[in-house]
Ligand binder design. Sequence first.
Ligand SMILES: [Zn+2]
Length: 415
Amino acid sequence: MDEGYYQPYRLVEERKGSISVQYKGRTLEFLNEVLYLTEEFTGSVSVKELQVLRANALRQKPKSAANHILLQLAADVAMTDLRPILEQEAVRSADIVLVVAPDQLFEQLQVFVHPEGSRMRLADEMANHASKPNGSQILFITQTTLEKIAGAKKAKGLHAMPNGSRLKTKMLITGKPKMKEVIAENVLAYIEGSDKKDEHVIITAHYDHIGVEGGVVYNGADDDGSGTVALMEIAEALALAKAEGYGPRRSILIMPVSGEEKGLLGSRFYSDHPVLPLEKAVANLNIDMIGRTDSAHAEGPPYVYVIGSDRLSSDLHAVNEAANKDNVGIELDYAFNAADDPNRFYYRSDHYNFARKGIPCIFYFSGVHEDYHQPGDDVEKIRFDLLERRTRLVFHTAWELANREDRIRIDKPTK
Ligand SMILES: [Zn+2]
């Protein structure tokens, strides 16, 4: 570790707004005439002809698959209908998909566009991506835009055209990714164990948040300031114990990670470039938002959601339960641990990058609230009494994992 406490890694930031759509030399106005939610297309293509497909007839395969399609949605299509439609083979196999959205849907989509946002990816993984786009470039247009690019008469008569028929146009679509390299860091603090020091427990919390958007600062006191300070308190307690001659038997890696909000990137990088051998990692305890209460627990006893504890190791689950019973005594809520949890929280924070490598993990979480990913996620709203008890639970679980005679067993099938 010659970088001191840091593990730097390279990211590529892609700014929004890389796609331009021109019709007869005029660029369509983004957000009013055309919009897109994801940017897949790079390069330049002139579109002379579109294959007209109707969303409700996508299963009937047209005779020939086309690269450029115009997809017509039903007038009463809802936002929730969209994904299954766009996942149909005929759509996914096309490079350019112009979706004619009814006005109401188009207005709903406008809300989802964050023109200032950016996407970040690990530079490592970009190198493996071919320049070919990952998926179709979906472009939503309005009925009015359709009239511009196809002529008023044709646009109005579109409903009468058979599925799979062709429509002439004259468009130029270009995608020029606005890329910038960024260096980010994970922070690694290592507390060396005694007689079992070759094995280690990893405790993580992400220290990044949304940053500044539209001139507004997103402090992220709960997400994940709460986890980050919990981590520092735990590190201090462990360092103190060690200094007084009571250090843990196994080593402990305290790791504030970054890039979580951009797709769990820091933990992904670490788990692909571990500093300590992953096969010696006994467990990962991940803390992401433990400073508030959610509506399900507005009243009632202190609690924390425990997610993932029994997915790979019954021992881990038992250790956490015992640590709570013996030292903390809060309610352990397993609601989000259900395999069919529609929120899929098990896949949504940094522990998942360890779980995917077969390392048992627990995600500690106190639930979402009205300030989740909002500028109002501020420190005044943190429930420090709860934050402290939840932090103690993580500490005692880590302590037992590090000190028990036998390493916890993995006894569940890893997928
Ligand atoms: Zn978070």
